[in-house]
Design a protein around this ligand. Structure first.
Ligand code: FAD
Length: 135
């Protein structure tokens, strides 16, 4: 039977379904993607509400993921680089935490932040140092 004669249905037009379809197309098949929603992308989606961008899922792409490197076109995605870390808002107050080894200005905010104990922070530092040595 000709590859194009196979009836293949992919349920879900999220990133998994889209990449599965791309791989099948590259091998000569013609899959049909079915999705319950009206848009493609699944959880790779944002809504703008009152000027705020609300993400459904995906916000941060780890560019070293082997599968992401293989299937995504980083240049076309026009990615913006972020330093690892986060600004957390609680009870109207903001706290910024991050990796002081990459951005020294994060040292004191991270050490003084109430996110995690000092012991947690020392463990993360040790793990960080260990993983960097393995590269
Ligand atoms: C809050 C949140 C934050 C996240 N942040 C990140 C992040 O920063 N970085 C990261 O790498 N990952 C993140 N993820 C994970 C990432 O969003 C998912 O791993 C990825 O989007 C999953 O893609 P998918 O195609 O497998 O599934 P989905 O994106 O969920 O797509 C599934 C699709 O299938 C459709 N569907 C489901 N059931 C049916 C059905 N019965 N019939 C028809 N259609 C159906 C849905 O409508 C949807 O379009 C986050 C997830 C969440 C929830």
């Amino acid at each position: 039977m000709e590859k194009s004669a196979y009836k293949i249905h992919i349920i879900g037009a999220g990133i998994s379904g889209l990449i599965a379809a791309q791989i099948l197309e590259n091998h000569g098949y013609h899959p049909t993607i079915i999705d319950a929603s009206a848009t493609v992308g699944g959880r790779v989606k944002s809504d703008i509400v009152n000027g705020y961008t609300l993400d459904h899922g995906f916000q941060v792409l780890l560019t070293s993921y082997p599968a992401a490197k293989k299937y995504l076109n980083y240049e076309a995605l026009d990615l913006q680089k972020l330093l690892p870390g986060a600004t957390l808002f609680k009870n109207g107050k903001a706290q910024t935490i991050g990796d002081p080894l990459r951005n020294l200005s994060l040292l004191f905010p991270t050490l003084l932040s109430k996110v995690g104990t000092l012991s947690d922070k020392v463990k993360i530092l040790k793990l960080n140092t260990l993983l960097k040595k393995r590269k």
